[in-house]
Structures are given as structure tokens and as C-alpha cells.
Design a protein around this ligand. Structure first.
Ligand SMILES: [Zn+2]
Length: 178
């Protein structure tokens, strides 16, 4: 359940605080649907709050209370190997699906060279799956919330790709070097 206490970022526009939903290329989007490059992002709850933003929060809360999603009822995702292998809950209670991420260890103690001990997928692949799935949902049941989710997933993928590119440029990609 989301309440005012859960809101961590506000966008102050002309002295009024709006609930910040996301920022992309310096453009902010708020719970009331404002899309603007202006304003100041703050973490303290402003005295003056946008009524539409607060109402959006309330509607969200009412919807959630009336129809709690499964994730809220019981999250049974299990960590099988920290950072590498997870068991994901099946929605209808079928057996869990495991997901293995690529797992590498140094070839020798203290070495920066890595060898693969478990082949597996990457964060980027998982994001590509989620983006495709959300776009498919969005083509059938378009809504602003899904559009924001897609934007943020794409932004996450962009930052991961940037990180990989930077590491390649520095010649440290695939090595245990910061
Ligand atoms: Zn607002």
C-alpha cells in the first residue's frame, strides 16, 4: 500500500509539491500527469501538495485495498545463490521457476581474470524480456502507468549498457576490477 509516507521524491513547481513518478532526460513526470523539465526535486514532504497527485495516490490505495496483488499477499522469491540464482514464485502456485545468472570466479586466488562456473543470463536479458512483455500488454491495454514502467525499464537498460561500454573502453570488462 502506498501512502504519503512512502513518497520519497517530490517535484516542487511554483511552490506546490507534486509526487515525482520518474525523470527521463531532465523531464519529470508526476502522479497527476504533469510532464515538465521545470521544478525542483526534494525529498522532504512539501507543505503545499498537489491535490490531484494526492488523489492519484488515494485511488491507487483504494484499488490496491480492494484487489491486493499476489506480490503483496506473499512474496516467495527465494535466493538460491546470492547474486546469481533465484527461484521465482509462479502466480497460480505451480512450482517455482529458477533463474540462473552468469556466475564467474577468479581463475586463481587474487587474480583479476575470471572463469565461468555457471553459465546463465544477464540483467540486460531480463530487462529485454520485461520490456517486450510490457509493450505487449501496453498494445492491448494501454495506460499511463505501463508507459512509465516501459520508460523506466528502457532507462535501466540504457544505464547497464552504458556501464558495459565504459568498462570495455577502460579494458576491465569481464575482469574483477572496479
Ligand atoms: Zn500533481
Amino acid at each position: 500500500m502506498i501512502t504519503l509516507d512512502d513518497v520519497t521524491k517530490w517535484l516542487v513547481l511554483s511552490g506546490v509539491g507534486h509526487i515525482l513518478c520518474g525523470t527521463r532526460e531532465r523531464w519529470h513526470t508526476t502522479a497527476c500527469g504533469t510532464w515538465t523539465p521545470n521544478g525542483e526535486v526534494v525529498t522532504d514532504r512539501p507543505n503545499r501538495k498537489c491535490r490531484k497527485c494526492v488523489a492519484a495516490l488515494f485511488i491507487d490505495r483504494v484499488v490496491r485495498q480492494n484487489k491486493p496483488n499476489r506480490a503483496e499477499r506473499s512474496s516467495t522469491m527465494k535466493v538460491l545463490t546470492v547474486g546469481h540464482k533465484y527461484a521465482m514464485d509462479s502466480f497460480e502456485g505451480e512450482k517455482a521457476q529458477t533463474i540462473q545468472f552468469i556466475e564467474k570466479v577468479p581463475v586463481d586466488e587474487g587474480s583479476t581474470e575470471l572463469k565461468t562456473v555457471n553459465d546463465g543470463t544477464t540483467n540486460e536479458e531480463v530487462l529485454l524480456v520485461l520490456i517486450d512483455r510490457m509493450q505487449s500488454l501496453q498494445s492491448k491495454f494501454p495506460c499511463r502507468e505501463n508507459a512509465i514502467v516501459i520508460t523506466n525499464l528502457e532507462e535501466s537498460l540504457m544505464w547497464l549498457n552504458k556501464r558495459t561500454t565504459d568498462r570495455k573502453v577502460r579494458g576491465v570488462e569481464g575482469k574483477q576490477v572496479r
